[in-house]
Design a protein around this ligand. Structure first.
Ligand SMILES: CC(C)(COP(=O)(O)OP(=O)(O)OC[C@H]1O[C@@H](n2cnc3c(N)ncnc32)[C@H](O)[C@@H]1OP(=O)(O)O)[C@@H](O)C(=O)NCCC(=O)NCCS
Length: 149
């Protein structure tokens, strides 16, 4: 039987690992300072997930919230740990925490060519609410998704 992912709040000691995950997951990784800023932000919900209870983080997600709305800023999974439910577990836990913080809507942006992420968001109930042409630095369009929580 596959173990359930273990999800917990990220802490200062996770920063090095989050930097590694960011570099492994994204072509345009956020710099360490930006990740440290999110870790310390009072309106951030930053979570890490591991494949096993005692294992090092294999994935992380960052949300930011303010006055009833939130945005999913980042979700990244170690390429070797994908398709094992880590991103889904992170987002479900993050959304549950946001709900407890009285957040009603969660938005996110995603590249139109990021099919894995789009399928992940749709499987969680997000729906597409906008299309921003040429939004990314390389000219790729963005889709805007929203979920009522
Ligand atoms: C997108 C990403 C976060 C998914 O993480 P993951 O842990 O592999 O996803 P999960 O195992 O939780 O998958 C949940 C669902 O998402 C969808 N999904 C995930 N990866 C998929 C893929 N490669 N192709 C199609 N659907 C996919 C499926 O619906 C999946 O459910 P299923 O496995 O029961 O079919 C991961 O591929 C990643 O880190 N990508 C690079 C960073 C990125 O693009 N982040 C999102 C933009 S900020």
């Amino acid at each position: 039987m596959t173990a359930q992912p273990a999800v917990r709040s990220a802490c200062e000691a996770d920063l090095d690992r989050i930097v590694q995950l960011e570099e492994a997951a994204f072509h345009d990784p956020w710099p360490r300072e930006m990740l440290a800023y999110e870790l310390a932000h009072p309106h951030a919900v930053l979570l890490v997930a591991s494949r096993t209870e005692d294992g090092p983080p294999d994935a992380y997600a960052a949300f930011r919230h303010a006055v009833g709305e939130a945005e999913l800023l980042r979700v990244g999974v170690d390429p070797e740990a994908r398709r094992q439910g880590l991103a889904r577990a992170l987002l479900q836990e993050g959304l549950e925490r946001l709900r407890r913080l009285d957040v009603q809507l969660c938005f996110l942006e995603v590249r139109v060519d990021n099919q894995p992420a789009i399928e992940l968001y749709e499987s969680l109930g997000f729906s597409c609410t906008g299309h921003r042409k040429g939004y990314y630095r390389d000219g790729m369009d963005a889709l805007i998704f929203v979920l009522g929580i």
